[in-house]
Design a protein around this ligand. Structure first.
Ligand SMILES: Cc1cc2nc3c(=O)[nH]c(=O)nc-3n(C[C@H](O)[C@H](O)[C@H](O)COP(=O)(O)O)c2cc1C
Length: 352
């Protein structure tokens, strides 16, 4: 089977990037995906915001923007799957081409611009799978032309409440002009206050669901303690570090310097892991962190965990290595924990 997926991944990589992605999602919807159970290893179990993850490797947002294939992705072995970004109304996103594979760098540049079908179909699809096992989150965003972007997040939370296991407030995409301003102190206060109010209303007399905040890797180091303070004040459950970067490191060469969008994959690993470590120091280990950015091996997942992450997510590496990567990472993680004398993953979190 793994040969089949290796061949399939090689074939898809010959197609233009966005065509390959659309084809992959169609194939997965039609049932042509891995059919394994979730990888569940006692030593790799981890708990975030009350969610018990069978393993710490999650699918990052952006792969399944419309909640078309969360179960197929769970069947690839992921410990949790984040769908979205979804905005209240459907939107087309930016003009094509808007997705680029930097194969020689195991990297991706995208300026998709929150192309998605909107909340209605997203909610319908989540409702249709509601009784299935597996942890599925909804990554919420704002429409590009929204007159009140904060209201868009409130709308997403309200309309998807009860249909998924957690929410991510995404204020870090570089491809919606002005969105990242919500990471500023005053804007973030207003956003998180309205989220907290909405959440307490929705949770009254019923279940509460964890809410995570996803930040940009380009955040100033100086802003880290302030963001941590706000996350604590408004009782969010985790910080996802990080989204794609607008940086163009020298390592990717001149060819890609001027291609606008967010860079992800290997060139993002160092930067996002350093920021993760800064968040871990600022939280003193008291807020859950999810490490994202350039995870493509067990060693890299382990480095994020040692830097302070209780779980990781990945997207770009899937483009280059296919779905069998999840199992390989889990296997390697278990071996690394054992070699370093940790009985469980949680013991290794933040050990540097
Ligand atoms: C094509 C593409 C689309 C993405 N779309 C989203 C998105 O809609 N929402 C979001 O929060 N992150 C999005 N991301 C960012 C990823 O979730 C992740 O944070 C980033 O790619 C770093 O992880 P990686 O290096 O493993 O890809 C996208 C990434 C890629 C490559």
């Amino acid at each position: 089977m793994s040969l089949l997926y290796k061949t399939g991944t090689a074939f898809l990589r010959r197609l233009p990037a966005e065509t390959a992605h659309t084809t992959t999602v169609r194939l997965l919807r039609a049932g042509f995906g891995p059919q394994g159970p979730a990888i569940d290893r006692p030593e790799l179990r981890t708990r975030i915001g009350g969610l018990d993850l069978p393993n710490p490797v999650g699918l990052a947002a952006g792969f399944d923007k419309n909640a078309d294939v969360p179960d197929a992705m769970l069947a690839s072995g992921f410990g949790f799957v984040e769908c979205g970004t979804v905005t209240p109304r459907a939107q087309a996103g930016n003009a094509r081409p808007r997705l680029f594979r930097l194969s020689e760098h195991d990297a991706v540049i995208n300026r998709m611009g929150f192309n998605n079908d909107g909340l209605d179909p997203f909610a319908r699809r989540l409702r249709a799978r509601q009784d299935r096992p597996g942890i599925v989150g909804a990554n919420l965003g704002a429409n590009k032309d929204s007159p009140d972007r904060i209201a868009d997040y409130v709308d997403g939370l309200t309309r998807l409440w009860g249909l998924c296991d957690y929410f991510t407030i995404n204020i870090s995409s570089p491809n919606t002009p002005g969105l990242r301003k919500l990471q500023g102190a005053d804007e973030m206060d207003e956003l998180l206050e309205r989220i907290a109010q909405t959440r307490s209303g929705l949770a009254a007399g019923g279940p509460n669901y964890p809410v995570f905040l996803k930040v940009a890797p380009d955040l100033d180091e100086g802003a880290v303690p302030r963001v941590v303070e706000q996350v604590r004040t408004y009782a969010l459950d985790a910080i996802i570090v990080s989204n794609t970067t607008i940086d163009r490191p020298d390592s990717i060469g001149a060819r890609w310097k001027d291609e606008a969008g967010g860079l992800s994959g290997q060139p993002l690993f160092g930067k996002s892991t350093r920021l993760l470590g800064q968040f871990f120091d600022a939280t003193e280990g008291r807020i859950n962190l999810i490490g994202v950015g350039g995870v493509g091996s067990g060693a890299q997942a382990y480095a994020k965990i040692r830097a302070g992450a209780k779980a990781v997510q990945l997207y770009s590496a899937l483009v280059f290595h296919g779905p069998q990567l999840v199992g390989e990472i889990c296997e390697d993680l278990s071996a690394r924990l054992a070699a370093d004398g940790f009985a469980t993953l949680e013991e290794a979190v933040g050990t540097g």
